[in-house]
Design a protein around this ligand. Structure first.
Ligand SMILES: [Zn+2]
Length: 172
C-alpha cells in the first residue's frame, strides 16, 4: 500500500450510498484521479466539507486497488463564479491523465486565486490547443473566438450560433 500527501483542486464529489463517497480530484502530484471514502458516515461527515467543488485542499491518499481518501483539509475555497464553474467543467471533460502537470497546476492555482478574468486561451494552450494556430472548424476563418469542449474544436463568432446552447463553450 502506498501513501500520498498532495494538494488538490476538488472537481466534484458524488455519494454512491450512505456510506460511500467518491471524490473527483485534480491533484498536484498525481494529476486527475478519483478517490473513495468508505470508512462510514462519521468520516464522511468530517471530510465532506473539505471536498466541496472549487476547494483547494490538502489530502492524504492511500493506494491499494484504487485510491482511498484518508484525510482532507481545506486550504482555500474559491467562489463559484460562473467562469470558475466553467473551468471546472472543462477540466472534467478534457483532462484524464493520472500524471502530474506542474505547468497546469500552477496556472490553475494562480488563475482561480487571482479572482480576475480567467484566460481560457492560456488554459487551452497549456493543454496543447493553441488558439494562435487554430482556425474555425466550420468555415476555416482564422478569427477564432470560442472553443467547443465536447468536440474539442475552435469556432469563430459567425459560426458559434450553430452550436447548441447546452454545449460547454469557452470564450477566448
Ligand atoms: Zn466559422
Amino acid at each position: 500500500m502506498r501513501e500520498y500527501l498532495t494538494e488538490t483542486l476538488i472537481l466534484d464529489k458524488t455519494a454512491a450510498n450512505e456510506n460511500d463517497l467518491t471524490a473527483d480530484l485534480y491533484t498536484k502530484e498525481l494529476g486527475r484521479l478519483r478517490a473513495k471514502i468508505t470508512s462510514g458516515q462519521k468520516i464522511i461527515s468530517k471530510l465532506s466539507p473539505h471536498l466541496e467543488p472549487l476547494n483547494f485542499s490538502l489530502i492524504r491518499l492511500t493506494e491499494k486497488n484504487g485510491f482511498v481518501l484518508a484525510d482532507a483539509l481545506t486550504q482555500n475555497h474559491i467562489e463559484p463564479f460562473s467562469q470558475n464553474l466553467k473551468l471546472l467543467a472543462a477540466i472534467r471533460e478534457m483532462i484524464f491523465s493520472g500524471e502530474s502537470d506542474s505547468q497546469l497546476w500552477f496556472w490553475l492555482k494562480k488563475s482561480l486565486n487571482s479572482q480576475k478574468q480567467i484566460s481560457f486561451s492560456q488554459f487551452l494552450k497549456i493543454l496543447g490547443y493553441d488558439p494562435k494556430l487554430a482556425s474555425c472548424q466550420k468555415c476555416h476563418s482564422k478569427f477564432v473566438k470560442y472553443f467547443l469542449v465536447p468536440d474539442q474544436i475552435f469556432v469563430c463568432p459567425r459560426c458559434v450560433f450553430r452550436v447548441p446552447f447546452n454545449m460547454l463553450l469557452l470564450e477566448l
